[in-house]
Structures are given as C-alpha cells and as structure tokens.
Design a protein around this ligand. Structure first.
Ligand code: ATP
Ligand code: MG
Length: 441
C-alpha cells in the first residue's frame, strides 16, 4: 500500500483513432461483438494519448482474416490477427480468450465466447475495462473505472493467485502504480511483497523490458523505483542497487545514495532511457553496473556504454583546468560520451541545487571548456597518432607489450602538447624510447 493516490478526473467519452473505430464497426457489421481493451482504454480514461490500441472480438482469427482485405497473421496461435488500416498502421485484433492453466511464466489459453472471460484473465482492474466503439458503452465488471478515479491499483481476483500465475505482474504493478500515481490496495500490496522472492523465475529479458518501460515512459521513474525498493523487488533483482538504500553520501548530503540517484534519474528526460539508466547506476560503479546489465541481457554495447558513464563519474573536470588535463579527461572518458555525460552533470547540478549542496558543479562551464578543447580536433587516442604500429615495425621493433607501451607514451606526450603529433617528431621519440632501458614493470 503505497503511492500518493487521490481522486482524479476520468474522461468518460473516450475517442479512439478512426482506424480503431472502423475496424471495430466493420467486425460488428459482420456479426462479431468487438471491444477495445487493455492499456489504451485505461490511458484514454486518464486523458493520456495512447497509440497501442488492442481490440478483442468474438470472431475467430480465420473470420477476422475473411472480413478484412489486408491482415497479418501476427500471432494466430494466440488468436491475434494484425489488421492494416488505410494508413497502413496495424492494429491487433484478438479473439476472446480465457486461461485454462497458468503457472508463473506461461499460460495455456483457449478461445472464449464472451468478453467477461477475456477481462477476467487481465492483471489489474484498471487494465480490465472494455469499451465498445459501436455503442460507446463500457463494460467494467471489476470496477476498474472506479479504481482509476480513486487512484487505486488492485488485481483482478485474488492477488496471491494472480501473481503466482505470472510474476511479471509484480513488476507491472509497481510500474503502473508509479507512472499513474496509484496507491496499491493493501491486499494486492501484501501479496506483491510476498511474491518478490520468486522474481528470479522471470526471464531476464522481461525484467529488462519492464525497467526500460519505467525509464522510457514515466516522467518520474523515482516513484516506481521507490516501490521496487519498498516491496523487496529491488533487492531480489538488483541487490547492487539495493545496497544504495540507506547508504550515506560522501558529500554529507541530506539524502541517502539511493534517493540521490533517483532524484538525478528523475531530472533526465524519458526520451533518453539509457542516459537515465547510466545516471541511476553511476553510484554502484562501472563494473557492477556492466555486470548487472549483462545479467539482464542488455546488449554488450549498452552495458559498455553505461559502464563508461559510471567510470566517467558524476562531476565534470574543472572548467578552468589546464588544456592538457581536459584532453586527458576526453581521452579517458571518450569524446562520443561527452554530450550524454553533460546531460547527467546538469542533472547532478540541479539536484545539488535542490539539496543546497555546498560544493556545486558548474556543468555548463565545464561543458564549454571541453567543447572548446574538442573543437581543435586534438589527437585523443592511439589511433589518432601520426605514427602507427607499422612505423614501429619499420624501425625494427617487434610487436609485443613494449610496443604498446611506446605507443602509450607517445599518446601521453601528444596529449600534453598536440603540436608534437607529427610523423618525424614521433618517430624520433619512438627511437629514443626504444633505445632506452626496458621499464622496470
Ligand atoms: P503498457 O503498454 O504501458 O505496458 P498495457 O496495459 O497496455 O500497458 P500491455 O503489455 O500492452 O500493457 O498489455 C495490454 C493488456 O493486456 C493489459 O492492459 C492487460 O489487460 C493485459 N496484460 C498484459 N500483460 C499481462 C499479464 N502479464 N497478465 C495479465 N494481463 C496482462
Ligand atoms: Mg500496451
């Protein structure tokens, strides 16, 4: 039982895209009762724009395919046919279904005769409201509209059973409660907390998608993520992050590390979910962040990117730092990361201001200094050097660790003074370095 709750305004005269109304009415004319169901109905009731319209119908898949000229068999075995509207957008039309058997991850379903069965298998009352485009009537046997109005999230049916049927519902509950500012009904909350111990049964991909939906759709992900922490889901899925809860901040800020990370995440826009994820995970360090993401089946590129963000740290180099220091910073952090890092620094700066932190970050000034340095196009990596491995081989050096150390040293000198990045100069240096005594270690 959490979240702010409170009464809210419900739009009882939903408007659907004309294609949705056309599909529904075409099916009705052919004799098949058809309803809009699921998230889109919930969203229009709340006045939120929805693109993801689902229709449920009495027609069997083969009948749907006969009624429309252009269809796609997107999931015939589940009863779903994609119908292409005039603009070629596709809407999914699914035959009424009911669960025969469900166990934790998968459900066996069969076609049902009526909308009631179809609604009974849905997870929460707010997702189990049907709206009939033909007549404009609602069918709401579980009182989802009332719950929306009161700001209440409740399972359809007995909560413990419904979570045990599919543990993803635990995460969906936290996401919906956060995004729509709903209070979780006490019985649902109690069962939800008890079910968090089984979240390990979920496939990592489904967990990843849930996390990305929170970060990519919710203007304030801190609400859903706080519920993750309060329910035990965070500890079950990402104990590394759980470790931030209650941990005190190094800079003596009046909040714990977890709260601080949430505040920074909230400050970043939903259209950049990965930047938000980078900011959220910064506090646990580069390596644990990458490991967590690999575990959740993010791509290697995404895991590397987030690790690089974590490694680069929460604060920019000082705007007045000497140019060589700025170039070293750019070489280490990677110039392509700069823009996203600057977004994260600005978020830290804003949070710092909110918390009246004594040491402030001037992200904009550092960003300007780094951009100025970058604009000169300085060499920042071994690949940018005016000499390469071939040149060293040409000098008679053998590829090996020594070789790498010489290139590293050349880069160091060039980072200090980009003017040195000329072939003859670097070849001279390389010859000196090659002749010198081998390093001690
Ligand atoms: P969003 O698209 O924002 O995730 P949604 O409610 O539209 O929200 P979908 O995954 O698109 O979620 O599912 C559409 C509908 O299907 C839901 O509204 C719900 O009625 C039903 N549903 C989806 N997933 C489940 C589930 N795991 N258990 C029961 N019903 C579900
Ligand atoms: Mg949806």
């Amino acid at each position: 039982m959490s979240g702010p709750g409170g009464r809210r305004l419900i739009r009882r005269r939903p408007t659907a895209p004309s294609a949705v109304t056309w599909i529904a009415k075409t099916l009705e004319r052919a004799g098949f009762e058809t309803w809009a169901v699921g998230g889109a109905v919930r969203d229009v009731l709340l006045g939120v724009d929805s693109v993801d319209w689902d229709l449920a119908t009495r027609a069997r898949p083969e009948q749907v395919r006969r009624v429309f000229r252009r269809t796609v068999p997107v999931g015939i075995e589940h009863g779903t046919v994609g119908v292409l509207a005039r603009g070629s957008e596709m809407y999914e039309v699914t035959t009424f279904r009911r669960d025969v058997e469900t166990h934790g991850r998968h459900a066996t379903v069969e076609f049902a005769d009526g909308i009631d069965d179809d609604l009974a298998r849905r997870d929460f009352t707010i997702n189990a409201v049907a709206w009939r485009p033909l007549s404009g009537e609602f069918h709401d046997p579980f009182h989802g509209v009332r719950d929306l109005e009161r700001g209440l999230l409740r399972t359809v049916g007995e909560a413990g059973e419904r979570f045990a049927e599919d543990y993803l519902r635990v995460l969906r509950a936290l996401r919906f409660a956060g995004r729509f500012e709903l209070t979780i009904d006490p019985a649902t909350w109690h069962a939800l907390c008890a079910a968090t111990g089984r979240l390990g049964l979920l496939s990592p991909e489904r967990i990843r998608e849930e996390l990305l939906k929170i970060l990519g759709l919710d203007p304030r992900p801190s609400r859903a993520l706080s519920l993750y922490a309060a329910s035990g889901a965070l500890e079950a899925l990402a104990p590394e992050l759980g470790g931030l809860v209650g941990a005190s901040m190094a800079r003596a800020l009046p909040v714990d590390e977890w709260t601080y990370a949430l505040m920074v995440t909230d400050t970043l826009p939903a259209r950049r979910p990965l930047v938000r994820l980078g900011a959220l995970l910064q506090g646990i360090g580069a390596r644990p962040a990458a490991e967590l993401l690999v575990r959740l089946r993010f791509s290697n590129a995404q895991a590397d990117w987030v690790a690089a963000v974590a490694r680069a740290g929460a604060a920019p180099p000082d705007a007045d730092a000497p140019p060589a220091e700025l170039r070293r910073w750019l070489a280490r952090a990677g110039a392509p990361l700069l823009r996203d890092l600057a977004r994260i620094w600005c978020a830290h700066e804003r949070v710092g201001r909110t918390l009246a932190a004594s040491r402030r970050v001037d992200a904009a000034a550092s960003w300007r200094s780094l951009r100025r340095e970058l604009a000169a196009g300085p060499p920042l990596s071994i690949g940018d050097l005016a000499v390469g491995g071939d040149d060293l081989i040409g000098m008679g050096l053998e590829p090996g660790p020594r070789f790498g150390r010489i290139l590293d040293e050349l880069l160091e000198r060039v980072l200090d003074d980009p003017g040195l990045n000329r072939r003859e100069t670097l070849l001279e240096f390389a010859a000196e370095l090659a002749a010198g005594p081998p390093p001690l270690c």
